[in-house]
Design a protein around this ligand. Structure first.
Ligand code: TYD
Ligand code: MG
Length: 455
Protein backbone atom coordinates (compact mmCIF):
# COMPACT_ATOMS: atom_id res chain seq x y z
CA UNK A 1 0.00 0.00 0.00
CA UNK A 2 1.47 3.37 -0.99
CA UNK A 3 2.11 5.61 1.97
CA UNK A 4 -0.59 8.24 2.18
CA UNK A 5 -0.14 11.77 3.36
CA UNK A 6 -1.38 12.33 6.86
CA UNK A 7 -4.08 14.78 7.84
CA UNK A 8 -5.10 16.25 11.17
CA UNK A 9 -8.45 15.51 12.74
CA UNK A 10 -10.05 17.33 15.64
CA UNK A 11 -10.86 14.96 18.52
CA UNK A 12 -13.73 17.19 19.53
CA UNK A 13 -15.71 17.77 16.36
CA UNK A 14 -14.13 15.55 13.73
CA UNK A 15 -13.09 18.50 11.57
CA UNK A 16 -10.15 17.82 9.22
CA UNK A 17 -7.22 20.17 8.72
CA UNK A 18 -4.27 19.83 6.34
CA UNK A 19 -1.70 20.76 8.99
CA UNK A 20 -1.41 20.90 12.73
CA UNK A 21 -2.89 23.95 14.43
CA UNK A 22 -3.15 24.87 18.08
CA UNK A 23 -6.85 25.56 17.80
CA UNK A 24 -9.45 23.78 15.71
CA UNK A 25 -10.77 26.31 13.16
CA UNK A 26 -14.23 24.72 13.28
CA UNK A 27 -15.08 24.23 16.95
CA UNK A 28 -12.37 26.42 18.50
CA UNK A 29 -11.21 23.68 20.84
CA UNK A 30 -7.56 24.02 21.85
CA UNK A 31 -4.97 21.36 21.26
CA UNK A 32 -7.49 18.92 19.87
CA UNK A 33 -5.95 18.14 16.45
CA UNK A 34 -4.24 14.77 16.09
CA UNK A 35 -2.40 13.33 13.14
CA UNK A 36 -4.13 10.58 11.22
CA UNK A 37 -4.09 8.89 7.87
CA UNK A 38 -7.04 9.58 5.63
CA UNK A 39 -9.11 6.57 4.63
CA UNK A 40 -8.51 5.27 1.11
CA UNK A 41 -10.52 6.81 -1.73
CA UNK A 42 -14.15 5.80 -2.06
CA UNK A 43 -14.41 4.41 1.42
CA UNK A 44 -18.12 4.98 1.61
CA UNK A 45 -18.16 1.32 0.60
CA UNK A 46 -16.83 -1.02 3.19
CA UNK A 47 -14.74 -3.54 1.24
CA UNK A 48 -15.76 -6.58 3.25
CA UNK A 49 -19.48 -5.87 3.29
CA UNK A 50 -21.73 -7.49 0.73
CA UNK A 51 -23.08 -4.59 -1.31
CA UNK A 52 -24.86 -6.71 -3.91
CA UNK A 53 -28.35 -5.44 -3.24
CA UNK A 54 -27.37 -1.82 -3.27
CA UNK A 55 -27.86 -1.17 -6.97
CA UNK A 56 -31.52 -2.03 -6.84
CA UNK A 57 -32.05 -0.23 -3.55
CA UNK A 58 -30.76 3.04 -4.87
CA UNK A 59 -33.86 4.13 -6.70
CA UNK A 60 -36.78 6.16 -5.44
CA UNK A 61 -39.49 4.00 -3.91
CA UNK A 62 -43.09 4.91 -3.15
CA UNK A 63 -43.71 5.05 0.57
CA UNK A 64 -46.53 2.53 0.33
CA UNK A 65 -44.27 0.11 -1.53
CA UNK A 66 -41.78 -0.08 1.28
CA UNK A 67 -42.07 -3.25 3.29
CA UNK A 68 -41.32 -2.92 6.92
CA UNK A 69 -41.10 -6.67 7.24
CA UNK A 70 -41.17 -8.39 10.58
CA UNK A 71 -42.25 -6.55 13.65
CA UNK A 72 -39.83 -3.69 13.95
CA UNK A 73 -39.39 -3.42 17.70
CA UNK A 74 -38.63 -5.95 20.35
CA UNK A 75 -38.46 -5.57 24.09
CA UNK A 76 -35.30 -5.77 26.15
CA UNK A 77 -37.40 -7.16 28.98
CA UNK A 78 -36.30 -4.23 31.15
CA UNK A 79 -38.89 -1.44 31.25
CA UNK A 80 -36.43 1.30 32.17
CA UNK A 81 -34.36 0.61 29.06
CA UNK A 82 -37.34 0.08 26.78
CA UNK A 83 -38.76 3.44 27.73
CA UNK A 84 -35.50 5.27 27.07
CA UNK A 85 -35.27 3.60 23.67
CA UNK A 86 -38.81 4.72 22.84
CA UNK A 87 -40.51 1.37 23.41
CA UNK A 88 -37.88 -1.28 22.80
CA UNK A 89 -35.06 -2.04 20.41
CA UNK A 90 -35.68 -1.22 16.75
CA UNK A 91 -34.39 -3.81 14.30
CA UNK A 92 -31.41 -2.69 12.30
CA UNK A 93 -30.91 0.38 14.44
CA UNK A 94 -27.67 1.56 15.95
CA UNK A 95 -27.40 2.82 19.49
CA UNK A 96 -24.41 4.53 21.06
CA UNK A 97 -24.10 3.90 24.79
CA UNK A 98 -21.70 6.47 26.15
CA UNK A 99 -20.44 7.16 29.62
CA UNK A 100 -17.45 7.56 31.89
CA UNK A 101 -15.23 4.54 32.39
CA UNK A 102 -16.50 2.47 35.32
CA UNK A 103 -20.01 3.95 35.34
CA UNK A 104 -21.64 0.62 34.51
CA UNK A 105 -21.96 0.37 30.73
CA UNK A 106 -20.70 -3.21 30.52
CA UNK A 107 -22.94 -4.15 33.42
CA UNK A 108 -26.00 -2.68 31.70
CA UNK A 109 -25.13 -4.37 28.43
CA UNK A 110 -24.72 -7.72 30.15
CA UNK A 111 -28.12 -7.26 31.81
CA UNK A 112 -29.60 -7.05 28.32
CA UNK A 113 -28.79 -10.72 27.94
CA UNK A 114 -31.08 -11.60 30.82
CA UNK A 115 -34.49 -11.07 29.36
CA UNK A 116 -33.96 -10.91 25.64
CA UNK A 117 -36.53 -13.47 24.62
CA UNK A 118 -36.11 -15.32 21.33
CA UNK A 119 -33.32 -13.08 20.15
CA UNK A 120 -29.71 -14.09 20.10
CA UNK A 121 -27.23 -11.73 21.64
CA UNK A 122 -23.71 -11.48 20.28
CA UNK A 123 -21.50 -9.74 22.80
CA UNK A 124 -18.20 -8.60 21.33
CA UNK A 125 -15.66 -7.77 23.96
CA UNK A 126 -12.43 -6.03 23.14
CA UNK A 127 -11.57 -5.00 26.66
CA UNK A 128 -12.21 -7.99 28.85
CA UNK A 129 -11.47 -11.67 28.61
CA UNK A 130 -14.36 -14.10 28.19
CA UNK A 131 -13.72 -15.27 31.75
CA UNK A 132 -14.19 -11.74 33.08
CA UNK A 133 -17.45 -11.33 31.18
CA UNK A 134 -18.63 -14.72 32.35
CA UNK A 135 -17.81 -13.79 35.93
CA UNK A 136 -19.87 -10.63 35.69
CA UNK A 137 -22.69 -12.42 33.91
CA UNK A 138 -23.00 -15.06 36.61
CA UNK A 139 -22.97 -12.40 39.29
CA UNK A 140 -25.88 -10.74 37.48
CA UNK A 141 -27.69 -14.03 37.05
CA UNK A 142 -27.34 -13.94 33.27
CA UNK A 143 -26.89 -17.27 31.59
CA UNK A 144 -28.21 -19.01 28.59
CA UNK A 145 -27.39 -20.42 25.26
CA UNK A 146 -28.52 -17.33 23.39
CA UNK A 147 -25.77 -15.22 24.93
CA UNK A 148 -22.79 -15.57 22.64
CA UNK A 149 -19.47 -14.09 23.52
CA UNK A 150 -16.86 -13.05 20.99
CA UNK A 151 -13.47 -11.75 22.12
CA UNK A 152 -12.49 -9.92 18.94
CA UNK A 153 -11.33 -6.49 17.89
CA UNK A 154 -11.13 -6.88 14.12
CA UNK A 155 -14.30 -5.45 12.59
CA UNK A 156 -14.04 -7.66 9.54
CA UNK A 157 -14.10 -10.81 11.68
CA UNK A 158 -16.94 -9.41 13.76
CA UNK A 159 -18.99 -8.89 10.63
CA UNK A 160 -18.26 -12.43 9.45
CA UNK A 161 -19.47 -13.74 12.80
CA UNK A 162 -22.60 -11.65 12.48
CA UNK A 163 -23.30 -13.22 9.12
CA UNK A 164 -22.87 -16.71 10.57
CA UNK A 165 -24.88 -16.20 13.71
CA UNK A 166 -27.52 -13.67 12.61
CA UNK A 167 -28.07 -12.28 16.12
CA UNK A 168 -31.00 -10.05 17.03
CA UNK A 169 -28.66 -7.80 18.92
CA UNK A 170 -24.96 -7.10 18.62
CA UNK A 171 -23.12 -5.36 21.45
CA UNK A 172 -19.61 -4.06 20.94
CA UNK A 173 -17.75 -3.18 24.10
CA UNK A 174 -16.08 -0.87 23.39
CA UNK A 175 -15.77 0.87 20.03
CA UNK A 176 -12.42 2.31 21.12
CA UNK A 177 -10.84 -1.13 21.02
CA UNK A 178 -11.96 -2.07 17.51
CA UNK A 179 -10.00 -1.67 14.30
CA UNK A 180 -10.51 -2.17 10.62
CA UNK A 181 -7.61 -3.80 8.81
CA UNK A 182 -8.14 -1.56 5.77
CA UNK A 183 -7.61 1.63 7.79
CA UNK A 184 -4.09 2.62 8.70
CA UNK A 185 -4.61 4.47 11.98
CA UNK A 186 -4.32 2.89 15.41
CA UNK A 187 -7.35 1.56 17.35
CA UNK A 188 -8.97 4.33 19.34
CA UNK A 189 -8.05 7.00 16.80
CA UNK A 190 -10.75 9.13 15.25
CA UNK A 191 -10.50 7.42 11.89
CA UNK A 192 -10.63 3.89 13.31
CA UNK A 193 -13.51 4.64 15.63
CA UNK A 194 -15.48 6.35 12.90
CA UNK A 195 -14.85 3.81 10.15
CA UNK A 196 -15.34 0.80 12.44
CA UNK A 197 -18.64 2.20 13.62
CA UNK A 198 -19.60 2.99 10.04
CA UNK A 199 -19.07 -0.61 8.95
CA UNK A 200 -21.08 -1.94 11.89
CA UNK A 201 -23.94 0.50 11.32
CA UNK A 202 -24.08 -0.41 7.62
CA UNK A 203 -24.11 -4.07 8.51
CA UNK A 204 -26.88 -3.47 11.05
CA UNK A 205 -29.05 -1.75 8.45
CA UNK A 206 -28.48 -4.49 5.89
CA UNK A 207 -29.02 -7.43 8.21
CA UNK A 208 -31.69 -6.09 10.57
CA UNK A 209 -29.51 -6.81 13.58
CA UNK A 210 -29.63 -4.00 16.11
CA UNK A 211 -26.23 -2.85 17.28
CA UNK A 212 -25.31 -1.26 20.59
CA UNK A 213 -21.97 0.51 20.48
CA UNK A 214 -20.36 1.18 23.83
CA UNK A 215 -18.12 4.24 23.90
CA UNK A 216 -16.06 5.70 26.70
CA UNK A 217 -16.26 9.40 27.29
CA UNK A 218 -13.09 11.37 27.79
CA UNK A 219 -12.62 13.71 30.70
CA UNK A 220 -13.73 16.83 28.88
CA UNK A 221 -17.04 15.24 27.95
CA UNK A 222 -16.38 14.38 24.31
CA UNK A 223 -16.68 10.76 23.31
CA UNK A 224 -13.13 9.78 22.65
CA UNK A 225 -12.56 9.61 18.99
CA UNK A 226 -15.02 11.59 19.03
CA UNK A 227 -18.44 13.14 18.79
CA UNK A 228 -18.60 12.08 15.13
CA UNK A 229 -20.34 8.90 16.25
CA UNK A 230 -23.28 10.86 17.57
CA UNK A 231 -24.22 11.91 14.05
CA UNK A 232 -23.92 8.43 12.63
CA UNK A 233 -26.06 6.41 15.00
CA UNK A 234 -29.85 6.43 15.38
CA UNK A 235 -29.89 6.79 19.13
CA UNK A 236 -27.43 8.19 21.65
CA UNK A 237 -27.76 7.12 25.27
CA UNK A 238 -25.66 8.63 28.01
CA UNK A 239 -25.14 6.80 31.23
CA UNK A 240 -24.55 9.18 34.07
CA UNK A 241 -24.33 9.12 37.78
CA UNK A 242 -22.18 10.14 40.62
CA UNK A 243 -19.52 7.63 41.51
CA UNK A 244 -20.27 8.22 45.18
CA UNK A 245 -23.94 7.43 44.78
CA UNK A 246 -25.41 4.17 43.70
CA UNK A 247 -27.86 5.69 41.21
CA UNK A 248 -27.26 5.52 37.51
CA UNK A 249 -29.28 7.40 34.96
CA UNK A 250 -29.66 6.39 31.36
CA UNK A 251 -30.60 9.39 29.27
CA UNK A 252 -31.52 9.55 25.58
CA UNK A 253 -29.98 12.65 24.04
CA UNK A 254 -30.84 11.70 20.47
CA UNK A 255 -33.43 9.24 19.31
CA UNK A 256 -34.67 8.73 15.78
CA UNK A 257 -37.29 6.32 17.06
CA UNK A 258 -38.66 7.98 20.16
CA UNK A 259 -38.65 11.01 22.35
CA UNK A 260 -35.44 12.35 23.78
CA UNK A 261 -34.89 13.37 27.36
CA UNK A 262 -36.53 10.19 28.51
CA UNK A 263 -34.57 8.74 31.40
CA UNK A 264 -34.18 5.37 33.04
CA UNK A 265 -33.10 5.15 36.65
CA UNK A 266 -31.08 2.27 38.05
CA UNK A 267 -29.45 1.43 41.30
CA UNK A 268 -26.03 -0.22 41.24
CA UNK A 269 -25.86 -3.03 43.76
CA UNK A 270 -23.57 -5.96 44.25
CA UNK A 271 -25.96 -7.96 42.10
CA UNK A 272 -25.95 -5.54 39.20
CA UNK A 273 -28.06 -2.65 38.02
CA UNK A 274 -31.59 -2.77 39.36
CA UNK A 275 -34.35 -0.70 37.74
CA UNK A 276 -35.88 1.86 40.08
CA UNK A 277 -39.63 2.06 39.57
CA UNK A 278 -40.25 5.05 41.74
CA UNK A 279 -37.26 7.38 41.49
CA UNK A 280 -38.87 10.18 43.52
CA UNK A 281 -39.11 8.01 46.60
CA UNK A 282 -35.39 7.30 46.38
CA UNK A 283 -34.25 10.82 45.63
CA UNK A 284 -36.18 12.05 48.63
CA UNK A 285 -35.26 9.19 50.93
CA UNK A 286 -32.42 10.99 52.67
CA UNK A 287 -34.46 13.97 53.77
CA UNK A 288 -34.06 15.03 57.35
CA UNK A 289 -35.59 17.72 59.52
CA UNK A 290 -36.41 21.14 58.13
CA UNK A 291 -33.09 22.68 57.29
CA UNK A 292 -32.55 26.10 55.81
CA UNK A 293 -31.68 25.88 52.13
CA UNK A 294 -33.43 22.58 51.38
CA UNK A 295 -36.54 22.43 49.19
CA UNK A 296 -38.33 19.84 47.07
CA UNK A 297 -38.88 20.41 43.36
CA UNK A 298 -40.53 18.41 40.62
CA UNK A 299 -38.87 18.02 37.25
CA UNK A 300 -40.42 16.25 34.27
CA UNK A 301 -37.86 13.99 32.66
CA UNK A 302 -39.24 12.71 29.40
CA UNK A 303 -42.68 11.45 30.29
CA UNK A 304 -42.11 11.13 34.03
CA UNK A 305 -42.33 13.68 36.82
CA UNK A 306 -39.51 13.16 39.31
CA UNK A 307 -39.29 14.80 42.70
CA UNK A 308 -35.90 15.71 44.04
CA UNK A 309 -34.38 17.76 46.76
CA UNK A 310 -32.37 20.89 46.11
CA UNK A 311 -29.88 22.07 48.72
CA UNK A 312 -28.35 25.49 48.69
CA UNK A 313 -25.72 26.96 50.95
CA UNK A 314 -25.04 30.69 50.97
CA UNK A 315 -22.14 31.83 53.13
CA UNK A 316 -20.09 35.04 53.35
CA UNK A 317 -17.11 34.78 51.04
CA UNK A 318 -13.50 35.15 51.97
CA UNK A 319 -12.39 35.62 48.38
CA UNK A 320 -12.36 38.64 46.12
CA UNK A 321 -14.45 36.70 43.61
CA UNK A 322 -17.22 34.75 45.34
CA UNK A 323 -17.50 31.07 44.47
CA UNK A 324 -20.45 29.55 42.65
CA UNK A 325 -20.41 25.77 42.76
CA UNK A 326 -23.12 23.45 41.51
CA UNK A 327 -23.61 19.68 41.47
CA UNK A 328 -26.32 18.40 39.18
CA UNK A 329 -27.37 21.86 38.09
CA UNK A 330 -26.33 24.31 35.37
CA UNK A 331 -23.94 26.93 36.76
CA UNK A 332 -25.02 29.55 34.23
CA UNK A 333 -28.66 29.20 35.11
CA UNK A 334 -27.65 29.65 38.73
CA UNK A 335 -25.82 32.88 37.85
CA UNK A 336 -28.97 34.17 36.25
CA UNK A 337 -31.18 33.31 39.21
CA UNK A 338 -28.67 34.91 41.58
CA UNK A 339 -28.72 38.08 39.51
CA UNK A 340 -32.53 38.14 39.54
CA UNK A 341 -32.60 37.64 43.31
CA UNK A 342 -30.06 40.38 43.83
CA UNK A 343 -31.71 42.87 41.52
CA UNK A 344 -35.37 42.24 42.33
CA UNK A 345 -35.14 41.34 46.00
CA UNK A 346 -32.04 43.24 47.02
CA UNK A 347 -30.39 40.15 48.56
CA UNK A 348 -26.65 40.87 48.75
CA UNK A 349 -25.56 37.61 47.19
CA UNK A 350 -22.49 38.98 45.41
CA UNK A 351 -20.59 39.00 48.69
CA UNK A 352 -21.45 35.36 49.36
CA UNK A 353 -20.21 32.01 48.20
CA UNK A 354 -23.06 29.95 46.77
CA UNK A 355 -23.28 26.17 46.55
CA UNK A 356 -26.19 24.33 44.97
CA UNK A 357 -26.66 20.55 45.01
CA UNK A 358 -29.26 18.30 43.52
CA UNK A 359 -29.21 15.36 45.90
CA UNK A 360 -28.87 11.73 44.91
CA UNK A 361 -26.56 12.35 41.94
CA UNK A 362 -29.42 13.51 39.74
CA UNK A 363 -28.84 16.19 37.11
CA UNK A 364 -31.73 18.58 36.50
CA UNK A 365 -32.01 21.07 33.66
CA UNK A 366 -35.67 21.91 33.47
CA UNK A 367 -36.62 25.59 34.03
CA UNK A 368 -39.59 24.47 36.14
CA UNK A 369 -37.21 23.92 39.05
CA UNK A 370 -36.11 27.60 39.04
CA UNK A 371 -38.55 28.50 41.77
CA UNK A 372 -37.15 25.77 43.99
CA UNK A 373 -33.59 26.97 43.43
CA UNK A 374 -34.55 30.55 44.24
CA UNK A 375 -36.39 29.47 47.39
CA UNK A 376 -33.44 27.34 48.50
CA UNK A 377 -31.04 30.25 47.97
CA UNK A 378 -33.22 32.72 49.82
CA UNK A 379 -33.88 30.20 52.60
CA UNK A 380 -30.17 29.61 53.17
CA UNK A 381 -29.39 33.32 52.91
CA UNK A 382 -32.01 34.19 55.53
CA UNK A 383 -31.27 31.01 57.48
CA UNK A 384 -34.94 30.15 57.69
CA UNK A 385 -36.23 26.74 56.62
CA UNK A 386 -38.94 26.13 54.03
CA UNK A 387 -41.89 23.91 54.97
CA UNK A 388 -40.63 20.42 54.20
CA UNK A 389 -44.01 19.12 53.13
CA UNK A 390 -44.21 21.61 50.25
CA UNK A 391 -43.18 21.09 46.65
CA UNK A 392 -42.19 24.07 44.49
CA UNK A 393 -42.85 24.26 40.77
CA UNK A 394 -42.29 27.28 38.51
CA UNK A 395 -39.99 28.98 36.05
CA UNK A 396 -38.49 32.36 36.93
CA UNK A 397 -38.23 35.14 34.36
CA UNK A 398 -35.63 37.91 34.31
CA UNK A 399 -38.18 40.31 35.75
CA UNK A 400 -38.56 38.11 38.79
CA UNK A 401 -41.98 36.92 37.62
CA UNK A 402 -43.03 33.29 37.98
CA UNK A 403 -43.89 31.77 34.62
CA UNK A 404 -46.18 28.92 33.65
CA UNK A 405 -44.85 25.38 33.27
CA UNK A 406 -45.98 22.32 31.33
CA UNK A 407 -47.43 19.11 32.81
CA UNK A 408 -48.41 20.80 36.07
CA UNK A 409 -51.18 18.32 36.82
CA UNK A 410 -48.98 15.26 36.51
CA UNK A 411 -46.33 16.91 38.68
CA UNK A 412 -48.87 17.60 41.40
CA UNK A 413 -50.22 14.08 41.14
CA UNK A 414 -46.77 12.61 41.67
CA UNK A 415 -46.20 14.91 44.65
CA UNK A 416 -49.56 13.95 46.15
CA UNK A 417 -48.76 10.25 45.70
CA UNK A 418 -45.64 10.76 47.75
CA UNK A 419 -47.53 12.45 50.53
CA UNK A 420 -46.93 16.13 49.82
CA UNK A 421 -49.84 18.24 50.99
CA UNK A 422 -48.68 21.70 49.91
CA UNK A 423 -47.61 22.96 46.51
CA UNK A 424 -46.50 26.34 45.24
CA UNK A 425 -47.16 26.77 41.53
CA UNK A 426 -47.13 29.62 38.99
CA UNK A 427 -50.26 31.74 39.40
CA UNK A 428 -50.85 31.86 35.62
CA UNK A 429 -51.39 28.08 35.80
CA UNK A 430 -53.95 28.26 38.58
CA UNK A 431 -57.01 28.89 36.42
CA UNK A 432 -58.48 25.60 35.12
CA UNK A 433 -56.10 23.57 37.24
CA UNK A 434 -57.46 20.23 38.37
CA UNK A 435 -55.56 19.76 41.60
CA UNK A 436 -55.33 16.53 43.54
CA UNK A 437 -57.86 16.21 46.35
CA UNK A 438 -56.59 17.19 49.81
CA UNK A 439 -53.66 19.18 48.43
CA UNK A 440 -53.32 22.87 49.15
CA UNK A 441 -52.11 24.58 45.99
CA UNK A 442 -50.92 28.14 46.21
CA UNK A 443 -50.32 30.39 43.19
CA UNK A 444 -47.10 32.42 43.15
CA UNK A 445 -46.76 35.51 40.96
CA UNK A 446 -43.19 36.66 41.55
CA UNK A 447 -40.13 35.88 43.61
CA UNK A 448 -41.12 38.69 45.94
CA UNK A 449 -44.45 36.96 46.48
CA UNK A 450 -42.64 33.61 46.93
CA UNK A 451 -40.37 34.90 49.66
CA UNK A 452 -43.35 36.53 51.38
CA UNK A 453 -45.26 33.27 51.36
CA UNK A 454 -42.45 30.92 52.34
CA UNK A 455 -39.94 32.73 54.49
P1 TYD B 1 -18.68 -1.59 34.41
O1 TYD B 1 -19.97 -2.05 33.85
O2 TYD B 1 -17.51 -2.47 34.21
O3 TYD B 1 -18.33 -0.13 33.88
P2 TYD B 1 -17.95 0.39 32.39
O4 TYD B 1 -18.20 -0.72 31.45
O5 TYD B 1 -18.84 1.58 32.17
O6 TYD B 1 -16.53 0.80 32.45
O7 TYD B 1 -18.97 -1.32 35.95
C1 TYD B 1 -17.96 -1.02 36.78
C2 TYD B 1 -18.39 -0.76 38.19
O8 TYD B 1 -19.63 -1.31 38.57
C3 TYD B 1 -17.36 -1.40 39.06
O9 TYD B 1 -16.78 -0.36 39.82
C4 TYD B 1 -18.07 -2.36 39.90
C5 TYD B 1 -19.49 -1.98 39.80
N1 TYD B 1 -20.38 -3.15 39.85
C6 TYD B 1 -21.26 -3.32 40.92
O10 TYD B 1 -21.28 -2.52 41.87
N2 TYD B 1 -22.11 -4.39 40.93
C7 TYD B 1 -22.13 -5.30 39.92
O11 TYD B 1 -22.92 -6.26 39.97
C8 TYD B 1 -21.22 -5.13 38.82
C9 TYD B 1 -21.18 -6.09 37.69
C10 TYD B 1 -20.38 -4.03 38.82
MG1 MG C 1 -16.74 -1.80 30.40
Amino acid sequence: MAKRKSIFICQECGNEAPRWMGQCPACRAWNSLVEEFPPPEGLARVPFLDHRNEAEKARPVRLDEIEVGREIRFSTGIDEIDRVLGGGIVRGSSVLVAGDPGIGKSTLMTELGKNLKSHRLLYVTGEESPAQVKLRASRLGVSGRDFLLLPETNVESIIHSMQDIDPGLLIVDSIQTLYRPDIQSAPGSVAQVRESAYALIQMAKMSGTAVFIVGHVTKDGAIAGPRVLEHMVDTVLYMEGDRHHSFRILRAVKNRFGSTNEIGVFEMRSTGLHPVDNPSRIFLSERTEDTAGAVVVCSVEGSRPILAEIQALVTPTSYATPQRTTTGYDARRLQMLLAVLEKREGLRLSSNDVFVNVTGGLRLTEPAIDMGIVAALASSFKDRPVDRRAVLIGEIGLGGEVRAVTHLESRLKEAANLGFRNAYVPSPDLANLRKPADMVVEGVASIHHLIDLLL
